[in-house]
Design a protein around this ligand. Structure first.
Ligand code: G3I
Length: 387
């Protein structure tokens, strides 16, 4: 959206009620504080739909195997705030294609139908991954056989939802962790079964197969930790190679599994610009910000079940973190095309017990929700604009 348009829109929104906002300052808009909802407590403020607040900037998504066992209240919350859904597990290779001649489309079909019936887009996740992938793809097969199995998987799944799934995570998490200055000059690919069976070209092939199956779908490379450090450098090396090889890649997914301890804001700001310099769009594809702990969900809820509930200070720290992140996304809104939260609420999260999302376990908005709304609408939050 052109700067002038952004100014006009911001000032129109500012007519409602506004204080100085990080967003305003990035646009060079000076605006006096106007009495309005700033002074109201969240309990008294109308709860804007996130997808409406951000509709001129980027899609707002969530992850979950909907409608599944979600309550009507939860489904209503999804419809209220989000306009794109990522299946959390059901479209992954293992769940959907557990053996060569067995496909389990039921949950995928139900998700796509629910989304289309409710005017929501679908982002497919994920076609080629080292995890949640049955080993039949690689068993007793030479390179050509494994490539054919990959092609058949992608062609069948993408083809089934052609015109219904707007975009796909074609390859997920292909870059190794633990990089350093030497590996930063290379792609530093994870030594996955795909790499061992096919070689580095498995990535380009996956993109070409997906594009053949649905030429209109937007195709992502998706990974975590690629916003900073050696893994960002390796991502740039990989993306340049894919583009040079003619892979039909359209966007990069920065997963965004962060913690209030140590979000690399400045590096993220630079990384989005760097990916854009390759001609790619960016999605923030799996956003969650735990309070304190930086652990994943792989430890399961038991590890965190006895944690005390977050304090008001914790919630404020988390709210500030989300606000700073969204100020960066808004700054790059010509490049960032989607921001998806990985889950729905602190009850529906893989990082259960660490309170990472913006709705609590009772589906009520947390301070982080209001902070995200306030980034655009009416924040007194004088967060420093992204450096
Ligand atoms: O469906 C089975 C169920 O039948 C069984 O009873 C149960 C207990 O074993 O397991 C269930 O499968 C679990 C699945 O989630 C569905 O709940 C798997 O064990 C569990 O490993 C799986 O975890 C998912 C994880 O990916 C797997 O790596 C998380 O829900 C999901 O949020 C997480 O998402 C990933 C993204 O796909 C990629 N980026 C990282 C992100 C977090 O790890």
């Amino acid at each position: 959206m052109a700067l002038q348009q952004q100014r006009r829109r911001f000032l129109r929104l500012a007519g409602a009620s506004v204080g100085m906002s990080a967003y305003a300052s990035t646009l060079g808009i000076q605006c006096s504080a106007v009495a309005g909802s700033d002074s109201l407590q969240p309990a008294e403020r109308r709860r804007p739909a996130l997808k409406e607040v951000y509709k001129e900037h980027f899609l707002i998504g969530m992850a979950g195997d909907l409608p599944g066992n979600y309550s009507q209240q939860e489904l209503a919350l999804v419809k209220e705030h989000f306009n794109v859904v990522t299946p959390e597990n059901c479209m992954k290779p293992g769940p959907v294609h557990p053996s060569e001649n067995i496909w389990r489309f039921e949950r995928c079909d139900a998700l796509v139908k629910w989304c289309l019936d409710n005017n929501m887009a679908v982002h497919g996740h994920t076609l080629v991954w080292h995890a949640q992938t049955s080993d039949w793809f690689f068993r007793d097969g030479d390179k050509s056989v494994v490539v054919q199995r990959m092609k058949d998987h992608i062609t069948t799944l993408v083809g089934r939802y052609k015109g219904k799934v707007r975009s796909w995570d074609v390859v997920n998490e292909a870059i190794s962790d633990g990089g350093h200055s030497q590996t930063a000059q290379t792609e530093n690919l994870r030594n996955s079964s795909w790499l061992k069976a096919v070689g580095p070209e498995f990535i380009t092939l996956a993109f070409k197969f997906a594009h053949q199956a649905d030429p209109d779908a937007k195709l992502y490379y998706n990974d975590y930790g690629i916003e900073a450090g050696p893994k960002h450098a390796s991502a740039m090396v990989l993306l340049r190679r894919l583009i040079k090889e003619g892979a039909p890649i359209h966007a990069v997914g920065i997963q965004g599994h962060w913690s209030t301890r140590g979000i690399p804001y400045a590096a993220l700001d630079r990384a989005i610009a760097a990916f854009a310099s390759l001609g790619l769009k960016v999605g923030i594809t799996e956003l969650d910000v735990t309070i304190g702990g930086a652990s994943g969900g792989q430890f399961g809820p038991r590890r965190f079940a006895n944690l005390p509930p977050p304090s008001p200070e914790d919630l404020k720290t988390q709210a500030d973190a989300y606000a700073r992140l969204f100020a960066i996304f808004v700054k790059h809104n010509q490049v960032v095309e989607r921001v998806t939260f990985w889950g729905l609420s602190d009850r529906r999260t893989w990082r259960f017990g660490q309170h990472p999302l913006i709705f609590d376990a009772n589906n009520q908005p947390k301070p982080a929700y209001w902070a995200i709304v306030d980034v655009l609408l009416n924040s007194n939050r004088d967060l420093p604009a992204p450096r």
